[in-house]
Design a binder for this molecule. Sequence first.
Ligand SMILES: Cc1ncc(COP(=O)(O)O)c(C=O)c1O
Length: 435
Amino acid sequence: MTDKKTNADVTAKYKKYLFGSTATYYADPVALESGKGGRVRDFDGKEYLDFFGGILTISVGHANEKVNAAVRAQMERLGHVSTVYPTLPIADLAEKLVHLAPGKMEKAFFCASGTEADETAVALAQAHTGRQELIALRHGYSGRSLLAQSLTGHAKYRIIPTQVAAIKHAHAPYCYRCPFGLTYPSCNLKCADDVEELIQTTTMGQIAGAIVEPIMGVGGFITPPEGWMKRFVDVIRKYGGVFIADEVQTGFGRTGGKMWGIEHEGVQPDVMTMAKGIANGYPISAVITTAPIADAWKGGNISTFGGNPISCAAANATIDQIVDDKLVENAAVMARLLREGLEALKAKYTVIGDVRGKGLMQGVELVKDEKGGDRTPAMEATGRLFEETKKRGMLVGRGGLYNNILRVAPPLVVGRRDIQDALQILDDSFAAVSK
Ligand SMILES: Cc1ncc(COP(=O)(O)O)c(C=O)c1O
């Protein structure tokens, strides 16, 4: 008798005891047993190139030695106290984040998930302005709480009707499927201008703010065209709103060349939310803002798990490594190689309609026949492509309203060889799907 578990054993138990709604990829899910650097291994011993990194969370590679050492040391010293007691890891992390953030950010608050960070940011915008009404984007994603489900612009992530009447959803800057049927740049950014009419017609005329992802992650890496963000944010500010940049996916160098996604846009946020890549997988999220906005939170404020010393130690070690090893720059260099390869695949396979994104956050939208002018979302082909990449030892993410978009997002430590291998696997997989 051996107690060695297989993928099937682990998956059977997972399916038996977790909520049936818990999403997994692939007909037979990949049950992961271990990981190192840019690779993970399943319970059947098969190795995969990990180009999704626990949903854009593994910044510096699986089982990173420096992060592990920091976690181990903190674990031996002090495991948990809550935000009621100051600890050095949380104070260090707050200092680090306000210095890394663009503009005049002075204050941080820590929670345990991206959802809670977004909730905190919205509450701050409302408390600071004394107003309730909020602009979110169609195709956006903010998380699982009732407020976050209401902010989210996808029916499939709502299990009950929207609960918050004060949220108005503006059009997304989704050029490939322009909501106005226009083409950039002759559209003159109509989708950004439209938010003015949205505010004038569906709110009291003054708003609390807007929450925007610099690149829309779950939405399928929808990347605003140049100039959109500034135009959009100008309108938000004209109507008294606080601008919240949701950097949960785009933060910590993910977009290449800049620490934050919003820095590509020449716009200063009033509030930033962050999670995922901050601590290489340890659960922690943060809200960073100016002192006047932070001070608008007048009530008591506790987060039991927020700023847990172990998660903070992991975040400090992760961020130090991103800075010291110049991983933001590495992301930009590797992204050029990745993007070039993906564009070459687009030229080769008509099932690829669009390649978009920044840095190591590249989306590939699958359609029926791009060259034949049929942009019907190719959900079935996306499913087959997933099985083909899995067979060849590569993990990628899936997203978009129609679930027809590949999310290609390796760790920031990715090297040339892994990018080349991934592109070869994608090429072979697209060839198999295109037969
Ligand atoms: C942009 C964005 N905001 C918020 C969230 C919610 O984060 P969490 O799943 O940690 O609650 C996510 C999760 O994918 C996200 O992508």
